[in-house]
Design a protein around this ligand. Structure first.
Ligand code: G3H
Ligand code: 13P
Ligand code: ZN
Length: 322
């Protein structure tokens, strides 16, 4: 089937109590790893491209890689989505250039300005059969070049969501309930330590999610910054020349719970990066004489694929839903 929008996917996910995985893609191996896992698990998927990915790999290369995945995986629905569109022009370029979904992220702007920019993107997108994700609230962490400190982050105010959705006409809404971008989601001071000395982050604000869902019945909610930072890969990185002390993510059981609620899209990027980096670091340490990129990208791709499979089955609950 051709690329689809997320409309039908989100409706089924909302009613079925699961979420769709939205994975960031930057190169061929990542596209292959994600879509092979989704194909084998019969899972719908959102492949998302950030401004940074477009700058790195080029819009056309990324679109063509995703189109190749569509040909290789005809039985699963695939959405091509712009992640964190910073302005109208970037969204327009992706809408004109083959994307079926865009995010306009004006969450750092004042409320009225966020509405105005989002409304403009929605009008253009809907005229072209493309759906729009918007954001209210500010996540901590790093996305593209922007770094938001924990102090400057803010939870979504549920009392704003009805006016925002009504005035903008957006199709889904990303909210801030305590997730955060990157591999260092929380400072040690924000966490407690368990008996193994591993940092345990503060729990997500399910009260905020519940109040947003009560005010927007049936409306798909999105969680960004939802990597869990698997400690096996942090360890693999640190044992093979890396230095990532106290990297910590969102516990998977909390994401599983969110997926059974109104959360229909869960964004995961950093976990895939950790799997790729850990695998390649280990390969180089174990095979200092090798220099063929195919030899080290192959196990990296295989490990990303197994990680994605785990997310589909154990976290998102979307295996078998294609
Ligand atoms: O939220 C950001 C995503 O992880 C994409 O990251 O801007 O480094 O491509 P990037
Ligand atoms: P992570 O950094 O937690 O993987 O979040 C990715 C994301 O939100 C992409 O938009
Ligand atoms: Zn994000």
């Amino acid at each position: 089937m051709p690329l689809v929008t997320s409309t039908e996917m989100f409706k089924k996910a909302y009613d079925g109590g699961y979420a769709i995985g939205a994975f960031n893609v930057n190169n061929m191996e990542i596209v292959q790893a994600i879509t092979e896992a989704c194909k084998e698990e019969h899972a719908p998927v959102i492949l998302q491209v950030s401004k940074g990915a477009r700058a790195y790999a080029n819009h056309t290369y990324l679109v063509k890689l995703v189109e190749a995945a569509v040909i290789e995986c005809p039985e699963i629905p695939i959405v091509l989505h712009l992640d964190h569109g910073p302005d109208f022009e970037t969204c327009k370029s992706c809408i004109d250039g083959g994307f079926t979904s865009v995010m306009i992220d004006a969450s750092s702007k004042p409320f009225a300005e966020n509405i105005e920019i989002t409304r403009k993107v929605v009008e253009y997108a809907h005229d072209h059969g493309v759906v729009v994700e918007a954001e209210l609230g500010t996540l901590a962490g790093v996305e593209d070049e922007v770094k938001v400190s924990a102090e400057d982050s803010s939870y979504t105010h549920p009392e704003e969501v009805e006016e925002f959705v009504t005035k903008t006409g957006c199709d889904s809404l990303a909210i801030a309930i305590g997730t955060s971008h990157g591999a260092y989601k929380f400072t040690a001071a924000q966490c407690t330590r368990n008996e193994k000395g591993i940092l345990v982050p503060p729990p997500l604000r399910f009260d905020v999610l519940e109040e947003v869902s009560r005010r927007l019945p049936g409306f798909p909610i999105v969680l960004h910054g939802s990597s869990s930072v698997p400690q096996e890969y942090v360890k693999m990185i640190n044992e093979h020349g890396g230095k990532m002390p106290d990297a910590v993510g969102i516990p998977e059981e909390q994401l599983r719970k969110a997926a059974t609620m109104s959360v229909c899209k869960i964004n995961i990027d950093s976990d895939l990066r950790l799997a790729m980096t850990g695998t390649i670091r280990q390969f180089f340490v174990e095979h200092p004489d090798k220099f063929d990129p195919r030899e080290y990208l192959k196990p990296a791709r295989a490990n990303i694929k197994e990680l994605v499979r785990h997310k589909l089955v154990d976290v998102l609950g979307c295996s078998g839903k294609a």
